[in-house]
Design a protein around this ligand. Sequence first.
Ligand code: NAG
Ligand code: NAG
Ligand code: NAG
Ligand code: NAG
Length: 559
Amino acid sequence: MEAFRLLFLVVVVISTSECSETTQPECKDLDTETFRILEDEAFYFVPSTLLDPNNPNVNFTWYKNSSQFEKISSDERDRVHFHGGALFFLNPDSADSGHYTARKISSSGKCYNYHVNINFFSASYRGSEAFTYGPIENSDQNKKIPCPDPVSYTCKMFKGNFTWYKELNLLPGKNEENLWVNNVTKHDEGMYTCICTWTHNHKVYNSSASRRLKHKGLHKHDDVQILTPSNKEQVADEGFKIILNCSIYCGVNVKHDCDASWLVNGNPAKKTDISTKMFMVNPSNITISTAILTIDKVSAKHFQDKFECVGVGFNTYESVSLTLKRRESITPLVIGGVCVLLFCVIAAMLVKWFAIDLALFFRPFCTLSSRNEDARLYDAYVVYQTQGIDKGTENTLSMFITKSLPSVLEKKCGYRLFLHGRDDIPGEDRLEVVEKCMRQSRRLMVLLTPGSGSGSETTDGDLLPPQMSAIGGFDWQVGLHHALVQREMNVILIQLGDTGPEGYTHLPPGVQHLIRKSAPIRWPECSQGAAAWNSRFWKKVRYLMPATPAKKCALSDII
Ligand SMILES: *[C@@H]1O[C@H](CO)[C@@H](O)[C@H](O)[C@H]1NC(C)=O
Ligand SMILES: *[C@@H]1O[C@H](CO)[C@@H](O)[C@H](O)[C@H]1NC(C)=O
Ligand SMILES: *[C@@H]1O[C@H](CO)[C@@H](O)[C@H](O)[C@H]1NC(C)=O
Ligand SMILES: *[C@@H]1O[C@H](CO)[C@@H](O)[C@H](O)[C@H]1NC(C)=O
């Protein structure tokens, strides 16, 4: 029984001692790294968490974990070998793809497993996106493109040379670990590849790594500036719709912190009335925010409101206040203009209409000085046709001469007329009288009567000798001579009755000439008010008469 127990114990002891010899120490597994490598390049790998791959106090063993667990050679001449913590693939092919593990046992007995997955691809994949490292897409103006870690590390370890390619085109003169691209534009975007050319055991190898450069554009927060409204007042029409535009500038390529809004009397405008938007202006990428306040119908109250456009940026705040102003109507202006125009027209018409009345009214004031210069006895010498006129005309003429003319001009106005047949003294030499009196007259008043053809019934005058019946007796001739040739007297033409079909052709040429110069004043025989001394007819006549009657002067002369 004792012997059996002893045997059992021995077996147990032996078995445990055997086990302790084969058991691996506890190893800590570290994260797995992954690489994609082109077959025509060399690959030198050192786990990224390993500080010194050549530490002599540390024991490394490398395995490949594929179909079976195979140990990697440490012979420097082998295509795939390791040296300390570093693993070399000098002329790899796709068969070398797989999971590799480095076991590190330090002198203190600590054990770590470093894992790496490496896949080798045909060189035809060169330039493919799958082989790139992290992209460069910051918004810096000058961008730094670092050569990705495994390649830059290789170059540093083997004192290799860097060359840079953009889209597989050599960038000459770029031989630094970091490539700088200054003043980046859209044009600079693309795939950048660094190649390290390094030497190992007198052989030259290449290792490459690529990154994509993306241009996001600069972004820059500026002080907020209010672009609109630019005036403190905005013109509006009551009852109509108006749109108030608050737009602010915040900087370049700004994506947030750029808010425009409207306050009405200090309170935020109703959400339903307002629409906001943030946008970039191409090509400068300036960021603008707008808040559009829409008032569907402007009321009287809105003209009292205080509107405030507020801009809030990344670190500044700006605001501008605005009031509505009624549009000035142009209607009063137009009405005023029309009134002034009408007034002018009416004034012009009145002046034209009452020119004679005005002249007569102001006459006493204006002619005082020239009164005494003319000392002639008569104001007017009246000539008229006595022969070759029909009965009706004769009646009219005699009525005019005997009643109307003296009653108005002499009685009312104080003029002194020389009337043939009334004022010539019988027995006196007619020619002498005409000559003398004509010289003593200031006006020649010619009464025009219709020609002989106009009436059917003629007076006995037809029977008189031809030189007497002809129009333009001696007094006509003398008068016209004084008026036209000597220009001593002005002529007043008065038309009695109609001119008849022949017009004035029966009159002497001198009278016709005067008629052409100024139209005769027509005696409105039938008109009711014509006889009144202040009728339009008499005003016209008085206007042509001397300003001051001759009588007064003459009387004073006589006395
Ligand atoms: C090695 O590979 C086998 C199967 O391929 C897997 O089960 C095992 O976990 C791997 N070992 C390591 C350390 O990755
Ligand atoms: C690196 O460049 C230097 C100088 O241009 C040259 O002497 C050296 O041979 C180059 N090394 C490799 C590995 O090409
Ligand atoms: C390494 O790359 C350079 C171009 O950078 C090329 O001229 C040279 O032939 C390559 N060498 C090897 C060994 O692939
Ligand atoms: C508001 O003003 C901005 C800047 O002036 C302009 O770009 C925008 O088109 C305006 N919006 C409206 C609705 O008028």
